[in-house]
Design a protein around this ligand. Sequence first.
Ligand code: ZN
Ligand code: ZN
Length: 200
Amino acid sequence: MTLNEPEAAVELELSDWPESTRSRHSDVAGIESGHVSFLPKGILSMGYKQAGGCQCLFVRYEVTEAPRLVYTCHCTDCQRITGSAFSLGMVVGIDEFKLAQGELSPLLRTASNGQVRKRWVCPDCGTWICNGNAHPASPSEEVIRVVRPGTLDDTSWLRPTVHFWTRSAQSWFVLPINDLCFETQPNNVYAFFASGGKEV
Ligand SMILES: [Zn+2]
Ligand SMILES: [Zn+2]
Protein backbone atom coordinates (compact mmCIF):
# COMPACT_ATOMS: atom_id res chain seq x y z
CA MET A 1 0.00 0.00 0.00
CA THR A 2 1.28 3.42 -0.88
CA LEU A 3 0.71 6.09 1.70
CA ASN A 4 1.26 9.03 -0.57
CA GLU A 5 -0.31 8.56 -3.94
CA PRO A 6 0.98 11.25 -6.29
CA GLU A 7 -2.16 11.23 -8.34
CA ALA A 8 -5.30 13.26 -8.02
CA ALA A 9 -8.47 11.78 -6.67
CA VAL A 10 -11.10 10.59 -9.09
CA GLU A 11 -13.48 13.45 -8.46
CA LEU A 12 -10.65 15.86 -9.00
CA GLU A 13 -10.40 14.89 -12.64
CA LEU A 14 -13.91 15.92 -13.58
CA SER A 15 -13.12 19.29 -15.06
CA ASP A 16 -10.60 17.67 -17.36
CA TRP A 17 -13.29 16.13 -19.50
CA PRO A 18 -12.60 16.71 -23.16
CA GLU A 19 -15.10 18.63 -25.21
CA SER A 20 -15.94 15.54 -27.22
CA THR A 21 -17.46 13.84 -24.21
CA ARG A 22 -19.53 16.74 -23.00
CA SER A 23 -22.38 16.14 -25.37
CA ARG A 24 -22.36 12.40 -24.84
CA HIS A 25 -25.35 10.96 -23.09
CA SER A 26 -25.43 7.52 -21.63
CA ASP A 27 -28.38 5.22 -21.67
CA VAL A 28 -30.53 4.84 -18.62
CA ALA A 29 -28.63 3.48 -15.67
CA GLY A 30 -29.17 -0.08 -14.65
CA ILE A 31 -28.36 -1.59 -18.00
CA GLU A 32 -25.62 -4.13 -18.37
CA SER A 33 -22.29 -2.67 -19.35
CA GLY A 34 -19.90 -5.34 -20.45
CA HIS A 35 -19.66 -7.80 -17.63
CA VAL A 36 -21.10 -5.80 -14.80
CA SER A 37 -24.47 -4.39 -13.92
CA PHE A 38 -23.99 -1.06 -12.27
CA LEU A 39 -27.14 -1.01 -10.24
CA PRO A 40 -28.93 -3.54 -8.10
CA LYS A 41 -31.78 -5.29 -9.81
CA GLY A 42 -35.05 -3.51 -9.33
CA ILE A 43 -33.76 -0.03 -8.86
CA LEU A 44 -35.36 1.19 -12.05
CA SER A 45 -38.73 0.20 -10.71
CA MET A 46 -38.21 2.26 -7.56
CA GLY A 47 -39.03 5.42 -9.39
CA TYR A 48 -37.36 8.69 -8.86
CA LYS A 49 -37.01 11.17 -7.34
CA GLN A 50 -34.71 10.50 -4.43
CA ALA A 51 -34.15 13.11 -1.74
CA GLY A 52 -31.23 13.84 0.49
CA GLY A 53 -29.52 16.50 2.49
CA CYS A 54 -26.91 17.49 5.00
CA GLN A 55 -26.63 16.47 8.62
CA CYS A 56 -28.07 19.74 10.04
CA LEU A 57 -30.99 19.75 7.56
CA PHE A 58 -30.13 23.20 6.15
CA VAL A 59 -29.38 21.71 2.74
CA ARG A 60 -31.90 19.54 0.95
CA TYR A 61 -31.68 18.22 -2.60
CA GLU A 62 -33.44 15.97 -5.05
CA VAL A 63 -32.13 13.54 -7.63
CA THR A 64 -34.52 12.87 -10.47
CA GLU A 65 -32.94 10.00 -12.34
CA ALA A 66 -31.37 6.67 -11.53
CA PRO A 67 -27.62 7.05 -11.10
CA ARG A 68 -25.40 6.19 -14.03
CA LEU A 69 -23.12 4.36 -11.65
CA VAL A 70 -22.15 4.17 -8.00
CA TYR A 71 -18.50 3.76 -7.08
CA THR A 72 -15.99 3.68 -4.28
CA CYS A 73 -12.69 5.50 -4.43
CA HIS A 74 -9.85 4.24 -2.28
CA CYS A 75 -7.31 6.88 -3.25
CA THR A 76 -5.42 8.43 -0.38
CA ASP A 77 -6.94 11.83 -1.10
CA CYS A 78 -10.42 10.41 -0.57
CA GLN A 79 -9.29 8.61 2.55
CA ARG A 80 -7.98 11.87 3.96
CA ILE A 81 -10.87 14.08 2.84
CA THR A 82 -13.45 11.74 4.32
CA GLY A 83 -11.36 10.69 7.30
CA SER A 84 -12.45 7.21 6.38
CA ALA A 85 -11.35 4.21 4.34
CA PHE A 86 -12.87 5.26 1.01
CA SER A 87 -15.35 7.64 -0.53
CA LEU A 88 -18.64 6.80 -2.19
CA GLY A 89 -19.74 8.56 -5.34
CA MET A 90 -22.98 8.50 -7.33
CA VAL A 91 -22.91 9.82 -10.88
CA VAL A 92 -26.07 11.53 -12.14
CA GLY A 93 -26.89 13.80 -15.06
CA ILE A 94 -26.03 17.44 -14.39
CA ASP A 95 -29.68 18.50 -14.60
CA GLU A 96 -30.91 15.64 -12.44
CA PHE A 97 -29.44 17.04 -9.24
CA LYS A 98 -31.50 19.92 -7.88
CA LEU A 99 -30.92 21.97 -4.77
CA ALA A 100 -34.30 22.09 -3.02
CA GLN A 101 -33.45 24.07 0.11
CA GLY A 102 -30.52 25.90 1.65
CA GLU A 103 -27.24 26.79 0.04
CA LEU A 104 -23.96 25.14 -0.80
CA SER A 105 -20.49 26.57 -0.33
CA PRO A 106 -17.56 25.63 -2.54
CA LEU A 107 -14.34 24.32 -1.06
CA LEU A 108 -11.54 24.92 -3.52
CA ARG A 109 -8.48 22.82 -3.85
CA THR A 110 -5.65 22.85 -6.32
CA ALA A 111 -4.96 19.39 -7.68
CA SER A 112 -1.53 18.06 -8.51
CA ASN A 113 -1.95 19.13 -12.13
CA GLY A 114 -2.65 22.71 -11.06
CA GLN A 115 -6.38 22.71 -11.77
CA VAL A 116 -8.75 24.06 -9.14
CA ARG A 117 -11.46 21.63 -8.01
CA LYS A 118 -14.62 22.22 -6.06
CA ARG A 119 -16.41 20.26 -3.42
CA TRP A 120 -19.81 21.64 -2.47
CA VAL A 121 -20.57 21.51 1.25
CA CYS A 122 -23.20 22.74 3.69
CA PRO A 123 -21.90 26.07 5.07
CA ASP A 124 -23.25 25.23 8.51
CA CYS A 125 -22.42 21.60 9.20
CA GLY A 126 -19.79 20.99 6.52
CA THR A 127 -21.43 17.92 5.05
CA TRP A 128 -19.92 17.18 1.62
CA ILE A 129 -22.85 17.00 -0.78
CA CYS A 130 -21.46 16.91 -4.31
CA ASN A 131 -18.71 17.87 -6.73
CA GLY A 132 -18.75 19.98 -9.86
CA ASN A 133 -17.42 23.22 -11.25
CA ALA A 134 -20.74 25.03 -11.34
CA HIS A 135 -23.11 25.78 -8.48
CA PRO A 136 -26.09 23.43 -8.78
CA ALA A 137 -28.40 26.36 -9.54
CA SER A 138 -26.12 27.75 -12.24
CA PRO A 139 -25.75 26.73 -15.88
CA SER A 140 -22.97 24.25 -16.46
CA GLU A 141 -21.12 22.87 -19.44
CA GLU A 142 -20.63 19.61 -17.61
CA VAL A 143 -22.93 16.68 -18.31
CA ILE A 144 -22.81 14.88 -15.00
CA ARG A 145 -22.49 15.64 -11.32
CA VAL A 146 -21.04 13.37 -8.65
CA VAL A 147 -23.18 13.26 -5.52
CA ARG A 148 -22.06 11.83 -2.18
CA PRO A 149 -24.75 9.18 -1.86
CA GLY A 150 -24.35 8.70 1.86
CA THR A 151 -26.34 11.95 2.12
CA LEU A 152 -29.45 10.38 0.56
CA ASP A 153 -32.39 9.82 2.89
CA ASP A 154 -32.71 6.23 1.70
CA THR A 155 -29.39 4.50 1.28
CA SER A 156 -30.77 1.00 1.53
CA TRP A 157 -30.44 0.41 -2.21
CA LEU A 158 -26.93 1.79 -2.48
CA ARG A 159 -24.47 -0.72 -3.80
CA PRO A 160 -21.27 0.44 -5.49
CA THR A 161 -20.20 -1.78 -8.37
CA VAL A 162 -17.10 0.08 -9.53
CA HIS A 163 -13.98 0.53 -7.40
CA PHE A 164 -11.14 2.96 -8.07
CA TRP A 165 -7.61 3.08 -6.67
CA THR A 166 -7.78 -0.39 -5.23
CA ARG A 167 -4.00 -0.43 -4.90
CA SER A 168 -4.27 1.94 -1.97
CA ALA A 169 -7.36 0.31 -0.44
CA GLN A 170 -7.20 -0.62 3.22
CA SER A 171 -5.94 -4.17 3.59
CA TRP A 172 -9.12 -5.40 5.25
CA PHE A 173 -11.40 -4.19 2.45
CA VAL A 174 -12.63 -7.13 0.37
CA LEU A 175 -13.48 -6.23 -3.22
CA PRO A 176 -16.83 -7.69 -4.21
CA ILE A 177 -16.60 -10.48 -6.74
CA ASN A 178 -17.59 -9.51 -10.30
CA ASP A 179 -17.40 -5.79 -9.62
CA LEU A 180 -15.37 -3.59 -11.93
CA CYS A 181 -12.10 -2.73 -10.21
CA PHE A 182 -9.32 -0.37 -11.21
CA GLU A 183 -5.92 -0.34 -9.58
CA THR A 184 -5.96 3.37 -10.30
CA GLN A 185 -8.66 4.94 -12.47
CA PRO A 186 -9.69 5.02 -16.14
CA ASN A 187 -7.59 7.25 -18.35
CA ASN A 188 -10.60 9.42 -19.06
CA VAL A 189 -12.70 9.20 -15.95
CA TYR A 190 -15.01 11.93 -17.22
CA ALA A 191 -15.93 9.84 -20.26
CA PHE A 192 -16.21 6.78 -18.06
CA PHE A 193 -18.71 8.52 -15.80
CA ALA A 194 -20.64 10.21 -18.59
CA SER A 195 -21.04 6.89 -20.41
CA GLY A 196 -22.24 5.11 -17.32
CA GLY A 197 -19.08 3.02 -17.22
CA LYS A 198 -19.12 1.87 -20.82
CA GLU A 199 -16.17 3.91 -21.96
CA VAL A 200 -13.07 2.80 -20.11
ZN1 ZN B 1 -10.50 9.27 -4.57
ZN1 ZN C 1 -25.85 21.24 7.13
